[in-house]
Design a protein around this ligand. Sequence first.
Ligand SMILES: C[S@@+](CC[C@H](N)C(=O)[O-])C[C@H]1O[C@@H](n2cnc3c(N)ncnc32)[C@H](O)[C@@H]1O
Length: 399
Amino acid sequence: MNTIKSLLKHLHPSSTKHSRQMMDFLKRKIRASTEKAIKFEDWMFEALYNPFLGYYTSKNDILFNERDILKNAPINGDFITAPELTPIFAKTISKQIDQTLNYLGSKDIIEFGAGSGILAKNIIQEFMSIGINVNYKIIEISNSLISIQKQTLASFNNQVEWLSSLPNKFKGCVIANELLDAMPVSIFHYSENKNIMEKWVGLDQREEFIWINKPADDRLLNAMNKIIPLIGPNYTSEINFQSEAWVRTIPEWLEEGVVFIIDYGFPRYEYYHPQRITGTLMCHLNHMAYSDPFTAPGIQDITSHVDFSLIAESSIENGLNILGYTSLANFLINSGITNIINDLDRSDIKNHIKNIGAVQKLISETEMGELFKVIAIGKNFQEELMGFSNNDRSQKLLV
Ligand SMILES: C[S@@+](CC[C@H](N)C(=O)[O-])C[C@H]1O[C@@H](n2cnc3c(N)ncnc32)[C@H](O)[C@@H]1O
């Protein structure tokens, strides 16, 4: 059986070197800190987004160009997202975007965290096929991913723009697919004695990373008021304060429109289920999943599920409306994925089978269909959205 230990043993030397450099950087940061420890949120931010060594910022060098990171095994990244799986995802989402833009009388789309740029490419093409040239804007934190996006979107130069900051005013449709799960989280531990602690990262005598529990600060204490009633003692999980902060900025720049967030996660009562005692933090390296983030910082993805109740509450507190919340399967079916499949060209049998398999993955309850959710946050937008016409679960977010 392939274990993470054997995977690490067989990494390409350049990957091992990269992770070693990231670890040395994090250790220097810890040693230089006044407390000789840093919050996990800061540790995770560096591991993913440090401009030189972070996973997302250096992915260009480590994961996309080198097909031989693993000896004897072709590599194709660490994980696969819905837009990478099949263009039918973009085709279906485009129906919902089209309804939104029609209502607004706009052709403007912003995508946050565009990864390889494939979703952007397929959406632009889908609109071109119905004679509409959209204005597609991308906000991306990683410069190396921006370079990859520019390659993917080279033929659509006149329709795509990369924004270096949030727009001043925006009227249109906003998409964020698997953005929030990639944001650094804080980890709390609710101890046996019912003390609320935050997990920091320090170093042991051998200079290896160790977890250190420190008393929670006010921000964490406040957030725990809603979580404690759901959990028992000896419970560890995460809170994504950055996702909440991201939502808080929306009314500052969105004048009229809808933000569609697609990601894996749950409402709060399911996220902090009494039995989920170690949280949802996960790492991915070469399609292998494991929970210890100290394993290979710099070359592994680190992710956690989204608490959609937090997103909904933050939206409402900031004057936005929840226009719908449902599973990815429901959203895609409501947006017409079944008709899209029926209309597919079946002459290329191999491609057709591949697409059908991918669609099954997207809508199957045991794969992405139920774990992934879609939430729509609106401002000055009154129309009912097709994606939530059946099985809207918004009510479940605020219980
Ligand atoms: C898990 S990847 C998903 C990529 C793509 N949306 C997809 O589904 O294939 C997360 C993406 O979000 C970007 N990202 C993370 N935090 C961001 C932020 N605060 N603003 C903009 N992009 C961000 C990452 O660099 C990366 O492109």
